[in-house]
Design a protein around this ligand. Structure first.
Ligand SMILES: [Zn+2]
Length: 237
């Protein structure tokens, strides 16, 4: 089974989702409403693992709803928290505000022993430090394009990075894939999303597996097994 460790499945129609039935999909969410939709979808489709989201791009609209987020996390209906994180470039909330909320999210994840699915654009080092300090046990840095020299720290923390379909045109992703230990790699689509000429979707995952196979020199079926094992470690409590 293929693994899409970061997908906005709440933005797809049911008939499209049916086409992804052979892919295990982590449904990340943006806010309370999309989290509820993700949860509903996970009840309808058994290949969806629902994650509860509080996305940095939406923080300016969601700030007063953190207690609802907490209550939903405590309800244990979600398998993890995400998409959460900070964004030094594109978010409308100040970095300080984002970091304050992210700190709360990390404490919650540590307390409930839930994995985090993190957007950390431009703040990779800081995010790893905060998560380690809070005692976050499992963490995915999605679409990792951060410093190569942090990969060792990510591995020793027991955390993961995901490779996105943009790996076919994105020099930095190739470099990350080349240098990262196979044990910390997951695959993702971040669909539905348009990046230059690419339409990112769970259907793009076979291509990602092919690139991983080529760069790592591991046979395709073995790459699939490896990613599945990594996913089991990411999600298990
Ligand atoms: Zn995303």
């Amino acid at each position: 089974m293929l693994i899409d460790s970061h997908c906005h499945i709440h933005e797809y129609e049911d008939n499209e989702i049916r086409g992804f039935k052979d892919i295990k999909i982590v449904g990340v969410s943006l806010d309370i409403e999309s989290s509820q939709r993700t949860l509903e979808l996970s009840r309808k489709f058994d290949n969806i693992d629902p994650f509860l989201g509080f996305h940095p791009w939406h923080l300016h609209k969601s700030l007063n709803r953190f207690e609802e987020f907490r209550a939903l996390a405590e309800s244990r209906q979600f398998m993890g928290l995400g998409e959460v994180g900070v964004d030094a470039r594109f978010a409308r909330s100040s970095l300080k505000e984002q970091l304050r909320i992210f700190d709360e999210v990390c404490k919650l994840a540590a307390e409930l022993d839930l994995p985090l699915n993190v957007h950390a654009l431009g703040e990779w080092r800081n995010i790893i430090r905060i998560c380690n300090r809070a005692g976050v046990r499992s963490l995915l840095l999605h679409w990792y394009t951060g410093p190569i020299e942090l990969l060792g720290e990510i591995e020793s923390s027991g955390y993961f990075v995901s490779i996105n379909p943009t790996v076919v045109i994105h020099e930095k992703q190739i470099k990350v894939l080349d240098k990262a230990s196979p044990e910390i790699i997951l695959t993702e689509s971040d669909g539905p999303y348009r990046y230059r000429e690419l339409n990112l979707s769970p259907a793009s995952l076979e291509g990602v597996i092919g690139v991983i196979s080529k760069v790592k020199g591991i046979e395709v079926e073995e790459v699939k097994r490896l990613i599945y094992r990594n996913y089991t470690r990411f999600i298990s409590r």
